[in-house]
Design a protein around this ligand. Structure first.
Ligand SMILES: CC(C)(COP(=O)(O)OP(=O)(O)OC[C@H]1O[C@@H](n2cnc3c(N)ncnc32)[C@H](O)[C@@H]1OP(=O)(O)O)[C@@H](O)C(=O)NCCC(=O)NCCS
Length: 197
């Protein structure tokens, strides 16, 4: 079992099978799918998805995947989810989503910052990446706010929902955070991503 992670306003705890229906309700909405290169089928059955997670995640000392759900401290409501996958023992890939009714309250930024801190400080990662559809300005802004740097663009790199998706590639290294006193890497400056033509 993973440790509970706290932010100012959220508690992140590892996703359990019981979270399946709530995650499905949150993720299987047109607004959620519109800017992500996923197939609707992938999020159509939340419980089956979590079952696969439990089978695939690996033992605690050799995790391949960490999936957290985020609840508000004040009301206990489930507001979102975040995940780190670990394709290599020292490299993580970040993902997150916030329920539509809680957008623009800073919850994605809090979740992403806490998972990055967890990845570097507790998992011992060297590099954390995020691949984001170029048109997903909200998500790009989140990763820029938490200190990830734009590294380039992969054109037509995923085929989903009947079309090709072009993704902006972001990453943060453990050493990018050195010298920042706070656990949040949000003070790091980010290079502006060029506009795609
Ligand atoms: C992307 C997403 C997680 C953002 O969640 P959120 O909790 O609203 O984000 P935050 O409130 O932390 O906002 C972070 C920044 O993004 C900006 N932002 C939020 N929505 C935005 C939008 N639609 N367009 C442009 N900027 C936006 C905020 O203003 C804020 O920047 P600021 O502090 O400079 O003002 C949410 O829109 C979502 O769940 N989308 C669908 C799933 C998804 O795309 N996940 C990411 C896959 S990589």
């Amino acid at each position: 079992m993973l440790p509970e992670l706290h932010t100012d306003r959220l508690i992140l705890r590892e996703a359990e099978l019981e979270d399946g229906p709530a995650l499905q309700e949150m993720q299987n909405r047109p607004e959620q799918l519109a800017l992500q290169a996923v197939e609707p089928d992938e999020v159509a059955d939340g419980t089956a998805r979590l079952q696969s997670y439990m089978e695939y995640r690996g033992p605690d000392d050799a995790r391949r995947l960490y999936v957290y759900v985020a609840h508000e401290k004040i009301r206990g409501a489930l507001v979102g989810a975040g995940a780190l996958s670990r394709p290599h023992p020292k490299i993580g890939t970040l993902g997150f989503g916030i329920a539509t009714e809680y957008w623009r309250r800073g919850y994605a930024s809090e979740t992403a910052a806490r998972l990055i801190a967890f990845g570097f400080e507790e998992v011992g990662l060297h590099r954390i990446t995020a691949d984001i559809a170029v048109e997903n300005m909200a998500s790009r802004r989140v990763v820029e706010k938490v200190g990830m740097k734009y590294e380039g663009t992969a054109r037509d790199c995923i085929y989903a929902q009947g079309r090709w998706w072009t993704e902006a590639k972001y990453a943060i290294l453990a050493r990018d955070r050195m010298g920042t006193a706070a656990p949040l890497p949000s003070a790091t400056r980010v290079d502006a991503a060029p506009t795609l033509t």
